[in-house]
Design a protein around this ligand. Structure first.
Ligand code: NAD
Length: 460
C-alpha cells in the first residue's frame, strides 16, 4: 500500500516515524531553542532567518542564545539533524513550519504585524498539500484565522483540508534554570480537529506535555491572559511599593510575609519598571483588539501607566538619596548596576534600566553601568548618545560612583562587595539584605538622616 504523504495521515505517519522535515522561521530566543528540541527529537530541522550572522552561527555549530548550549547545536549540526538558511525556497521541501518572528508594538502601541506578514508571504509561495503551519509569535486573538489563513489560502489550498494551521503560544522564560522548552506544557489550538491533532503530534515529539484547546483564538488568548496577569500584578505590587514608601513601610517585608500564605496569594515583586519583549508589549495587543469591539480594557491601561512611571520614581529616589549626601544628580556620577531587563540574562529589550539611564543623563548625571552579561551598550540603545562599556565589578569602580543604583539583581554580583565599597546605594531589587545607613531601598523607609550623616562623618 502506498501512503499519500500529502494527506493528514501522510504527515501523521511521518511525525510518528520522525521522518517529517521540520522548519522554524525566526531563530531568536524562541525559535532557536525550539529548533534544537525538534532536532533532538529526531526531526530533520531547518531554521530560516533573515539574519545571516545567526544562520552562519548555527551552521558552524554555535549558539548565541544563553539557554542553548553550543555543544548541543554542534552535535545536532554534525549529525545533520539541524541546519539553517536565509533561503525561503527550502520551505518547498518541508512538512511543518513554526513561525517565531517578532511581534513588537508601533509607537502608537498598535500591533506591528509586518514580521508575521512577511514570513507568511514567503510560506505562501511554497505552501503545498499536507503541510502544517504553526504560528508561535505572541499576537492578538484572531490573528491566525483572520490574517494568516486568508494569506495562505490565496494559494488555492484550503486550511484544515489541504494544509493544516494552528497557533501555539511560546512560554519560554529566558534564564530560568528549571523550565526550558521541553518541560513547559504547550498549549495548542488548531483550525479544526485535524490541525490540532497534527500540531499536538509535532510538539509531542519534543515537548513533555501538550494542552489542546478548542481554537487558535483560544490559544492566542491563553498567552495574553498569562502575560496580562503578570503585567497587572507587577503594576499592583509597584503601586503597593509606592504606598509603602509614603507610609514608611518596607514592601519587601510585606510581600515576603504575605507569600507565607499557602493559598490564594502569589508573590510579585516591585522594581524599576517592566522590561523584555513580552510583558510590557503583549497586553497591548489584547487591548488593541478589545478596543476594536468598543471594549475599554482598564486594567491593562492602568498597569501600563503605573509600571511606565516606575523609572521616574527610581530617578526621584536617586535624587533623594544624593540629597542626603548634599549632592545633586547634576554633576554626580551614577553607576547603574544591571541593565538587562531581568536577572541572569543578557537581553536589554525594553529594559527600564535604559530609561533610568537616559533620565539621569538628561538631569546632568555622568552615567556609567556595570553588567556582567552586557559587555557594551550603544548610545542608541540607551538613548544617551554615548557608547558605553561595562565598568569592572571591582571595589574601586564601585567606590568611584557618587551613587550605585541596583536595577537588575544578577546572581553573579558580589553584593557584599558593593555594600562595602559604595558611597551610596539605591537598591530597587532588595539585592542587599538588611538596613544600612548608605542604602536606600525602593518601597522601604530610608535610614534616619542623622544615621547617614554620622556614617559620613565616620568615613571622612
Ligand atoms: N523572548 C521571549 O522570552 C519570548 C517568550 C514568549 C514568547 N515570545 C514571542 O515569540 C516571538 C519571537 O520572539 P523572540 O524573543 O524569539 O524574538 P527575537 O528577536 O529573539 O527573534 C526573532 C528572529 O526572527 C528573525 N526574523 C524577523 N523577521 C523574519 C522573517 N520575515 N523571516 C525570517 N526570520 C525573521 C529575526 O532575525 C530574529 O532572529 C515574539 O512574538 C515574542 O513575543 C518571546
Amino acid at each position: 500500500m502506498t501512503i499519500d504523504t500529502n494527506s493528514p495521515n501522510g504527515l501523521r505517519n511521518k511525525l510518528q516515524a520522525r521522518t517529517a522535515r521540520a522548519g522554524v522561521i525566526g531563530l531568536g530566543y524562541v525559535g532557536l531553542p525550539l529548533a534544537v528540541e525538534f532536532a533532538r527529537a529526531g526531526l530533520t530541522t531547518t531554521g530560516i532567518d533573515l539574519d545571516r550572522r545567526k544562520v552562519d552561527a548555527v551552521n558552524q555549530g554555535t549558539s548565541y542564545i544563553p539557554d542553548v548550549q553550543t555543544a548541543d547545536v554542534a552535535r545536532l549540526v554534525a549529525d545533520q539533524k539541524l541546519s539553517a538558511t536565509t533561503d525561503f525556497s527550502v520551505i518547498a521541501g518541508l512538512d511543518t513550519i513554526n513561525i517565531c518572528v517578532p511581534t513588537p508594538l508601533r509607537k502608537t502601541k498598535d500591533p506591528d504585524m509586518s514580521y508575521i506578514v512577511s514570513a507568511v508571504e514567503q510560506i505562501a509561495k511554497y505552501l503545498h498539500r499536507g503541510m502544517l503551519i504553526v504560528l508561535e509569535s505572541t499576537t492578538y486573538p484572531g490573528t491566525t484565522e483572520e490574517l494568516v489563513k486568508p494569506m495562505l489560502e490565496e494559494s488555492g489550498l484550503r486550511a484544515g483540508v489541504d494544509f493544516f494551521l494552528a497557533f501555539s503560544p511560546e512560554r519560554v522564560d529566558p534564564g530560568n534554570p528549571t523550565f526550558h522548552t521541553r518541560n513547559v506544557p504547550k498549549v495548542v489550538g488548531g483550525l479544526g480537529p485535524e490541525s490540532t491533532a497534527l500540531a499536538s503530534m509535532l510538539y509531542g515529539a519534543a515537548i513533555d506535555t501538550i494542552v489542546p484547546v478548542s481554537s487558535p483564538q483560544a490559544a492566542e488568548m491563553v498567552k495574553l491572559l498569562e502575560n496580562t496577569f503578570r503585567m497587572v500584578n507587577i503594576g499592583l505590587v509597584n503601586e503597593i511599593a509606592l504606598m509603602c514608601d509614603r507610609l514608611g513601610l518596607d514592601v519587601w517585608e510585606v510581600v515576603t510575609a504575605a507569600a507565607t500564605k499557602p493559598f490564594g496569594f502569589m508573590p510579585f515583586y516591585p522594581g524599576p519598571g517592566l522590561g523584555g519583549h513580552c510583558i510590557p508589549i503583549d497586553p497591548f495587543y489584547l487591548s488593541w483588539k478589545a478596543k476594536q469591539t468598543g471594549f475599554d480594557p482598564r486594567f491593562i491601561e492602568l498597569a501600563g501607566q503605573i509600571n511606565g512611571a516606575m523609572p521616574h520614581f527610581v530617578v526621584d529616589k536617586i535624587a533623594d538619596a544624593l540629597n542626603r549626601h548634599r549632592k545633586s544628580i547634576n554633576g554626580s556620577t551614577v553607576l547603574v548596576l544591571g541593565v538587562a531587563y531581568k536577572r541572569d540574562i543578557d537581553d536589554m529589550r525594553e529594559s527600564p534600566s535604559l530609561d533610568v539611564m537616559a533620565l539621569l543623563q538628561q538631569k546632568g548625571a555622568t552615567v556609567r553601568y556595570a553588567d556582567p552579561h552586557v559587555p557594551a551598550l550603544s548610545g542608541r540603545a540607551w538613548a544617551g548618545g554615548v557608547d558605553l562599556t561595562t565598568e569592572p565589578l571591582t571595589p574601586d569602580a564601585i567606590a568611584a560612583a557618587d551613587c550605585v543604583a541596583i536595577l537588575t539583581e544578577h546572581r553573579s554580583v558580589d553584593y557584599d562587595m558593593v555594600l562595602n565599597a559604595a558611597q551610596l546605594v539605591v537598591d530597587t531589587r532588595n539585592a542587599i539584605a538588611g538596613t544600612h545607613a548608605h542604602v536606600i531601598k525602593l518601597g522601604a523607609p530610608a535610614p534616619a538622616l542623622t544615621q547617614t550623616l554620622k556614617a559620613e562623618e565616620a568615613a571622612a
